[in-house]
Design a protein. Sequence first.
Length: 330
Amino acid sequence: MGNLIARRLWERGESVKVLDLWEDPSRPPDIEFIHCDIRDRPGVLAAMAGIDIVHHNVALVPLTKSGQQFWDVNVTGSQIAAAAAVAAGVQSFVHMSSSALFGHAECPITSETPTSPVEIYGRAKLAGEQAVQRVCHQANLPLVVIRPRTILGEGRLGIFQILFEWIQAGKNVYVIGDGEIKFQFVHALDLMDAYLLALDLGKPGIYNVGTDRFGTLRQGLEHLIAYAGTNSQVKSLPVGLTIGSLQWLDWLGLSPLAPWHYLTYHREFYFDVEPLLKLGWKPRYSNDQMFQESYDWFQKNYDQLQAEKAGSAHRRPVKEKLLWVLKQLS
């Protein structure tokens, strides 16, 4: 997301700096890169000199299974970023949060839905969001908080790499339960459109962002299989047994799936996006269109990505671990 946001801002004519631990080799030369850890207070403060708007996307994602480091980076790092923005006289702050804050909430999720994360990553993202809110509120710094559904789009692999590989190979893919649950995604470009609209309109606040065109999880997978033209089928797994097994495999380090995946994959999850639609936001991508674009990008670039071993956890291929056995039997 940080990479895409930097390019979008640069295309809008903005002067852009990127602070990160990983440098995109295809970054336009006009975008300045600063190699810095978000926990480096002096380095972060120095990077914000002369900056008008901060787009804070730094986070360890569920796939990293980072334990205590989720707090170090997603909470302390977020607090450091917000405090540095205040000290540097920044005009606005945008914080990328997560839908993991809602755990098993009833849907549709609205602005009134209470947060109740069910795993370590979600709890850290909630604490990070709250830390940023405290800092910005005390300093009267305008804050836009974005809580996105799972993001798809060109360059996004992560856990979807396994799904795409299995479909490409004609292997069966699996849902926990029957898969007949409404399940919403958001395209990276639509996500940027939403929060840049809020920013341009001068409307600070918290925004839940997902596409307005989606169906059930099973439908989405079946439509992708039909688009790919392979012999894969969507198969159901029993809820209790599957979640328990995945927890044990996770504890033993034998599964790529994190708690956020296996504790929520069987429950419907979607936002009410009417507040954004009323602001004039019009998402361009449906769930199906996102899946198709991401799958096409995967097919076109997967060999190159394997060779390059891209540094971002959402871009690089994921090791299947013990799921490889299931793939062979599928």
